[in-house]
Design a protein around this ligand. Sequence first.
Ligand SMILES: C[S@@+](CC[C@H](N)C(=O)[O-])C[C@H]1O[C@@H](n2cnc3c(N)ncnc32)[C@H](O)[C@@H]1O
Length: 370
Amino acid sequence: MQSGAVRSHGVMEGGGSYNRHARIPAGGAGLAMPFLEQAVQRLALNGNNHPIVIADYGSSEGKNSLAPLRAAIRGLRVRFGPNRPIQVVHIDQAANDFNSLFDVLHRDPERYSAEDPNTFPSAIGRSFYEPVFPPEQVDLGWSSYAAVWLSHIPALIPGHFLAVASTGEVRAAFDRQGAEDWRRFLSLRARELRPGGRLVVVLPALNDHGAAGFEPLFNHANAAVAEMVAEGTISADERARMVLGAYPRRRAQLLEPFEPSGPFEGLVVENCELSELPDAAWTDYQRDGKLETYADWHAGFFRSIFAPSLASALDDAARRSSFADQLEARLKQRLAQRPMPFHSFVQTIVLAKEGGNADSNEQVRLETLR
Ligand SMILES: C[S@@+](CC[C@H](N)C(=O)[O-])C[C@H]1O[C@@H](n2cnc3c(N)ncnc32)[C@H](O)[C@@H]1O
């Protein structure tokens, strides 16, 4: 990490806050569901009667994992019957709120174990930029809205906290880190997958013109932080250390390790699909005219995902929570004054580990994906 940059990053707000505010990632995962179901149809289970292992890389507090995992488990049951135990392993950074995750896994009415008692949830607190499983243990990998977070922050960003708002050398440093981390993520997952296994990665993305859709929301937040510096709530030094390690990629960047057309570390691309995710809060507002709900919704979303990373640049732990309160309040005010939709982009990439049943490894030619 660049000296003086944020101490920790990419950890969501705890206490169930992320679960309450993560409707946008839930929408993105919903768009990816047909690809997940197809991946389950295609995956090959090799070897003996071992339990089927599903890995959920970057689960956070778990609520958004339930619907995709229920769908995956149903598909596996249709293919492999009711008797095979299914282990579901949720992975996140050690600082994640695992208490909230376990609460969801054991109490949420939509938990997969309520529908299928032959499932066995567990969790690992370790970065997915390290090996998380011994080799060839995972049949199905799922990772939604998580691999957008870099392993570390490569540079401070003058005047903003967002990589896509950076230019020149700073942008180049993020581009390099983004490429390196994507390769590292893929290599590690390739080792963990069993031959014939599938990995489905869903990411908030840039479209082919480099737009994310959230830019005005981030610009509002940046202006709100600048007001806090002007009013003396935070210092200019603290502000300068605020950087988000979120790096949305274009489709070409996701496909780059597979160029010109070959597998990468034994993984082949089956799908790579860019979708547009309409802003559900905007749709509600258009229908019911409830401006405050619209503003609350987006400010809460921003706070639960990004405020902990920004606040970790503050020297004094006691001020971190009041920083998040103030940022959210200012953001709400700005959004209510200038409501607009934040339609965003989602990229789903499905990868197959070579070596399984030949019929199930249908590599889609890269030319058709571009
Ligand atoms: C936006 S949340 C996504 C949660 C959930 N998958 C969803 O779709 O709503 C991103 C999660 O990725 C996790 N994450 C970020 N970097 C990580 C890393 N290096 N290793 C493991 N988890 C990471 C964060 O801690 C966070 O819980």
